[in-house]
Design a protein around this ligand. Sequence first.
Ligand SMILES: Nc1ncnc2c1ncn2[C@@H]1O[C@H](COP(=O)(O)OP(=O)(O)OP(=O)(O)O)[C@@H](O)[C@H]1O
Ligand SMILES: [Mg+2]
Length: 159
Amino acid sequence: MHRLSLPELHATEALAAGLARALPEDVAGWMILLQGDLGSGKSTLARAMLRELGHKGAVPSPTYTLIEPYDLGKSLIYHIDLYRISDAEELDYLGWSDLEDGLRLIEWPERVPGLQNQADVLIQLRYEGDGRAAELTGLTSRGEKYLARLALPEASYSP
Ligand SMILES: Nc1ncnc2c1ncn2[C@@H]1O[C@H](COP(=O)(O)OP(=O)(O)OP(=O)(O)O)[C@@H](O)[C@H]1O
Ligand SMILES: [Mg+2]
């Protein structure tokens, strides 16, 4: 597990850029979970990742649409917000299995119990003073290797 403090917005954006750059060429089937309280920076992180991957336009929060797809040429990213979902069955209505051709970047994953067993990486964000802190956990071996590839700032460590 990697922990790092994100004292200001720029630090969250820098982490996001690193996360974007370390992604494999083929992101099909990848799942990254973004967990944390309201306003902890999940959408900020997703938005900055999309920008780093070359997306130029707006990145609306998927709170109401639930899924916002981004076809970035070489990578297909689904930005997903499960805040309004209450069980795994509802995922079927969303066409969940059709999303396996891209990277699923998921806010509020804890709304669907068991999702963590299918994901590659868990990113937990929390408030720390005026800023935020992050804990990054690899949940699969490819997820662990991905995090090991990240160029993380000095302040982080892996116990
Ligand atoms: N490291 C940081 N330090 C201080 N402020 C930050 C940091 N990272 C992000 N922020 C700010 O915190 C807010 C995070 O809002 P954001 O919409 O990203 O949260 P969220 O976790 O997606 O919330 P929700 O659960 O409502 O979807 C933004 O105003 C952003 O500028
Ligand atoms: Mg959000």
